[in-house]
Design a protein. Structure first.
Length: 276
């Protein structure tokens, strides 16, 4: 009996019970796009770390057990999408997961959840940054924000006024690490937020979206999940980036209208039916 008759994406990410981020948004988005989402948890949070307090359980020692059981089932994946990883050991486990489960059909989507606003997350160590560079070598698609792109390339972070020459250099350095297609999100363009897209060497295109509302948790997870599902479904990469950016914008707009606290993420449930 084969378990591989439907398209599947292995989602390697944490679970936050409240706050609409990580697997809590990735699973419904990917499922809505008609792909089976199979979760390999990296950790479990009562609510995400943007709240004053939270309960946390590390899942590192259980991740290889998931892999053992999935190998017994002979599971094969059209996509492997990695998100938040809590330790250098977890990054190595994901590298091993890709080596075991990737075949000629599999697209690997790496969202290097390392930091934001010019700073690494408190959990991120120098060792983890180095390990993440080695994970990037597997990336068919890489989806860093501008902070993470700077951390991976060694370029100086700035929150605005990126020049085309600088973005081309950034893309070239990310390609040197092994990434094939790249989208760098969160470039401040005044009244707009831009995504820098590179499909082939020596090429970079800016896709702008009108800025609406506040920065909120989980938008990057929604963005990368749409990119992953579209990739598996054979959608053009640039078209997928435009779709993902427009959907995130719509999520923020409805969230602002409902006056939801910033910590609570975006109300994607209100507009998920519009995603195609």
């Amino acid at each position: 009996m084969s378990h591989n008759k439907q398209k599947k994406i292995a989602v390697i990410n944490d679970i936050s019970g409240f706050g609409r981020c990580s697997a809590a948004v990735s699973l419904p988005v990917i499922s809505h796009m008609r792909i089976q989402a199979c979760l390999l948890p990296t950790s479990i949070f009562s609510n995400h770390t943007g709240f004053p307090s939270y309960y946390y359980s590390d899942f590192t020692d259980k991740m290889p057990r998931f892999m053992e059981e999935w190998n017994k089932l002979d599971l094969r994946f059209e996509g492997i999408a990695s998100g938040f990883l809590g330790s250098a050991e977890q990054i190595e486990i994901v590298r091993e997961f890709i080596r075991q489960f990737r075949d000629e059909r599999t697209q690997v989507i790496i969202d290097p959840v390392m930091g934001e606003n010019g700073k690494a997350y408190p959990t991120y160590t120098e060792e983890m940054c180095d390990k993440m560079k080695h994970l990037v070598e597997y990336a068919d698609i890489l989806t860093p924000n501008v902070t993470e792109a700077c951390m991976l390339t060694g370029m100086h972070f700035k929150d605005k006024n990126w020049q085309r020459k600088e973005l081309l250099e950034m893309m070239a350095r990310l390609r040197e690490l092994g990434a094939k297609k790249i989208v760098v999100s969160g470039l401040d363009s005044g009244q707009f937020i831009s995504n820098a897209v590179s499909v082939s060497p020596g090429e970079c295109k800016l896709i702008r979206q009108k800025r609406v509302g506040k920065v909120r948790s989980g938008t990057g997870d929604i963005f990368s999940s749409i990119i992953a599902a579209d990739c598996v479904n054979g959608v053009d990469f640039e078209a997928s980036v435009r779709k993902a950016a427009a959907f995130v914008q719509e999520c923020i707009r409805v969230t602002e209208r409902l006056d939801i606290p910033e910590t609570d993420g975006v109300c994607f449930e209100e507009v998920l039916h519009k995603l195609r």
